[in-house]
Ligand binder design. Structure first.
Ligand code: ZN
Length: 179
C-alpha cells in the first residue's frame, strides 16, 4: 500500500493523464484537471488533511465515468477503498441525463460517508464554475437549474462534515446573487 502522500500524488498524475485534452463545462473553458484539483483540495481542507484515500479518490472521481479507467485498475493501483469510492460516485452513462440526475437524488442517502463528501465537493466546484460575472439569460437559467438539482442531491449527503456543508451553502448563496 502506498503512503498517503504517494497515494495522492499518483492519483493526481493518473487523473491528469487520463483527462488530458478534456475541458470542463462553464466559465473560461478551463482544463478538466482544474475541476479535479478543486474537488480534491476542498476535501483535503474540509478534513484537515486526515484522509489521503479520500483525497486520492477525489482526484480520480470522474475517471470511471469520463475515461476508459476501470474499477479493477483503480483497485490494483490505489486499493479497494479508493476504487470503491470512485465507483460510488460514478453515474451509469448508458442512462439519460434526467434519469442519472434523478438517481443521484434518490441514492445519495445510501452512499458511504466518503462518497457523500465527494459528491458535495463536486457540486460546490460545479456551482462555482457556473457563476459568471454579468451572466446572460442562458447562463442564469443554467445556474438556477444546476443549483436546484445540486441542493436536492446534497440534502441527502449532509451531516458527515460540517465545514464542507457550510462551504456548499456558501456556494449556493454566491450563486443566488449571480442569478
Ligand atoms: Zn466531477
Amino acid at each position: 500500500m502506498l503512503s498517503g502522500l504517494r497515494l495522492v500524488s499518483e492519483a493526481a498524475q493518473l487523473a491528469a493523464h487520463r483527462h488530458s485534452g478534456q475541458q470542463r463545462k462553464g466559465r473560461g473553458d478551463e482544463p478538466y484537471v482544474n475541476h479535479l484539483a478543486e474537488v480534491a483540495n476542498l476535501l483535503a481542507v474540509a478534513t484537515g488533511g486526515a484522509d489521503a484515500e479520500l483525497v486520492a479518490a477525489a482526484w480520480l472521481h470522474d475517471t470511471m465515468e469520463d475515461t476508459d479507467t476501470t474499477k479493477d485498475e483503480l483497485t490494483q493501483r490505489f486499493g479497494p477503498r479508493v476504487a470503491g469510492l470512485v465507483e460510488e460516485v460514478t453515474d451509469d452513462m448508458t442512462l439519460s441525463k434526467d434519469e442519472r440526475r434523478r438517481l443521484q437524488v434518490v441514492e445519495a442517502p445510501t452512499k458511504s460517508g466518503g462518497a457523500r463528501l465527494i459528491k458535495i465537493a463536486d457540486k460546490i466546484s460545479n456551482i462555482r464554475a457556473r457563476i459568471f460575472f454579468e451572466p446572460n439569460l442562458m447562463q442564469r437559467v443554467e445556474l438556477m437549474d444546476y443549483v436546484a438539482w445540486a441542493e436536492q442531491v446534497v440534502a441527502g449527503c449532509r451531516g458527515v462534515n460540517a465545514a464542507l456543508d457550510a462551504m456548499f451553502d456558501d456556494a449556493v448563496t454566491k450563486a443566488g446573487s449571480a442569478m
